[in-house]
Design a protein around this ligand. Sequence first.
Ligand code: NDP
Length: 242
Amino acid sequence: MIALVSGGSRGIGRAIVQRLARDGYDVAFCYRSDADAADRLVKEVGEAGTRITATRCDVSDSAEVHDWFARTERELGPVNAAVTSAGITRDRPVILMPETDWDQVLRTNLDGVYHVCRAAAFAMSKRRSGVIVNLSSVSGIYGNVGQANYAASKAGIIGFTKSLAKECGPRGVRANVVAPGLIATDMVGDMSAAAMERMLGNVALGRAGKPEEVADLVSFLLSDRAAYISGSVFEIHGGGTF
Ligand code: NDP
């Protein structure tokens, strides 16, 4: 079994790569710039016996994603599972938001998902088998102050994935969304202590989630135990209110 993970070098994507390797997948992941983090992960997971490849590929670039996917199938074999975790934030209130911040976030988070899913769904549909999980966010469901660009991209992923599930279900391909709340990764590392405390005050379990906890849910959705689950959105936020 082969799994493809975008944004697999750090954070939630990294935990997903580690988990899927333990589940018995060979894994191809991509990253945008941090080659050291990617190399460390390849070494760690590779030493445990998993076939693993890391590719510098900007998911906002359709040609780069096309090449990454083709190379993965050439080197590892047919991709059975695809997970899109690559994502960025450029937080600012709408009235102060420059077009560059809007464009970068939409191009990375939403176009990126389209590029990866188009390649994966095409190959999987031909083989009449495959499963896709796209990472959205509670911001895409409930909205969030200062995150209109991010929320729009994450809401877009939900509509996109539900449509994909309808198109590809008859061809044996499932697609679902995981929408996390506050998860302890670099992405939230810049948040001030006060902002973090405010956010955690709205979380029933009183703590941020761990990347591994999101990876567990992704692992389940990719497995045959989720064989009748498609076109659904799974929130994972420790009982948060947003
Ligand atoms: P991190 O910032 O920790 O990691 C982001 C990963 O995505 C890195 O591997 C990074 O690679 C990669 N990446 C970023 N841009 C690109 C690009 N253009 N092309 C390819 N790879 C790219 O993020 P998280 O792990 O926290 O987030 C993972 C996903 O989960 C995102 O989609 C995020 O929106 C979502 N999410 C996260 C939450 C959280 O609280 N952390 C909450 C809700 C959703 P590199 O290091 O090389 O740039």
